[in-house]
Design a protein around this ligand. Structure first.
Ligand code: ZN
Length: 161
């Protein structure tokens, strides 16, 4: 039997809008609802905690501190690199985002923080690090997770690969 309230082991469908400083940075509006497996850390901890116990059809505004969201800004995550290390055709100015390759070949997000002379400072923090997150959420559906979803620790929606 499907639970009435959001609880661990439920695949929850939700509509959401995320605002930071009053600006919309992400939203499911106009698209499919987000499906996630509750209790499996598929979504940020501060939001998952507030989703617990919600009913289908219920809406809520959830404010998540940076620490419970994408983390505080880590000062260690700023690195400096000489201009000569960047591709010639890359515009070197603050805000430009790029993907770097980490020590184990993994993709790493970075954006240019500043350019001074021949030195580029890169910020490797998550773009939303340090931000207080304002979510408007609505639970639009709920079902029991399948055994396979429980095994994998995530929901298998229509777009799952
Ligand atoms: Zn899977």
């Amino acid at each position: 039997m499907t639970a009435i309230k959001v609880t661990d082991g439920q695949v929850v469908s939700m509509q959401y809008t995320l605002r930071v400083d009053g600006k919309v940075v992400d939203s499911s509006e106009g698209g499919d609802p987000l499906e996630y497996l509750h209790g499996a850390a598929n979504i940020i901890p501060g939001l998952e905690r507030e989703m617990d116990g919600m009913a289908v059809g219920e809406s809520k505004t959830v404010i998540v501190s940076a620490a419970d969201g994408y983390g505080e800004v880590n000062e260690e995550a700023f690195i400096e690199a000489p201009v000569s290390e960047f591709p010639k055709d890359m515009p070197l100015k603050p805000g430009v985002e790029m993907e770097l390759t980490g020590p184990d070949g993994e993709p790493m997000y970075a954006r240019i923080e500043s350019v001074e002379g021949e030195t580029v400072t890169l910020n490797m923090n998550h773009p939303l690090a340090g931000a207080e997150l304002h979510f408007d959420v609505k639970v639009v559906g709920m079902r029991n997770a399948t055994d396979e979803e429980m095994d994998h620790g995530h929901a298998h929606g229509a777009h799952h690969h």
